[in-house]
Design a protein around this ligand. Structure first.
Ligand SMILES: [Zn+2]
Ligand SMILES: [Zn+2]
Length: 102
C-alpha cells in the first residue's frame, strides 16, 4: 500500500504540528493506519502525532494523561482472558512503582 505523506500534520486529528503551531511541542514521528475522524480505515500515512492525540484516559482516575504504563490485571471476565489496564503515574501503587523500577 502507498504511504500517504502528510508532512507536519498529525496522523490522528489531521492538525498542523509544524514549528510555530500550538502542537509542535511533544509531537512524535508517526506512521499509522488507524481509523480516526479525519482518516479512513486502512489509509497508511506518515506524519506526526500531536501530544493531545498521544494522551489517553487513565483507567483508574479517568484523567487524560501523556505518560502512562500498561499493567496486566487479573482476569475478571468469564473467558479468563488476560486483560490490561492503562494507568497514569498518579495512580500507580507502591507495588507497581517498585516493579517498574526493578
Ligand atoms: Zn493530533
Ligand atoms: Zn490516573
Amino acid at each position: 500500500m502507498k504511504t500517504l505523506e502528510i508532512g507536519d500534520r498529525c496522523c490522528f486529528c489531521g492538525e498542523d504540528t509544524s514549528w510555530g503551531s500550538d502542537k509542535f511541542v511533544d509531537r512524535i514521528s508517526c506512521t499509522t493506519d488507524t481509523e480516526t475522524e479525519v482518516f479512513a480505515e486502512g489509509q497508511l500515512r506518515h506524519g506526526y502525532q500531536c501530544a493531545e492525540c498521544q494522551m489517553i484516559d487513565c483507567w483508574r482516575c479517568g484523567e487524560l494523561t501523556l505518560e502512562y504504563e500498561i499493567f496486566e490485571v487479573e482476569a475478571t471476565c468469564k473467558e479468563g482472558l488476560p486483560t490490561t489496564e492503562v494507568v497514569c503515574p498518579d495512580c500507580w501503587t507502591d507495588e507497581e512503582v517498585e516493579k517498574l523500577n526493578a
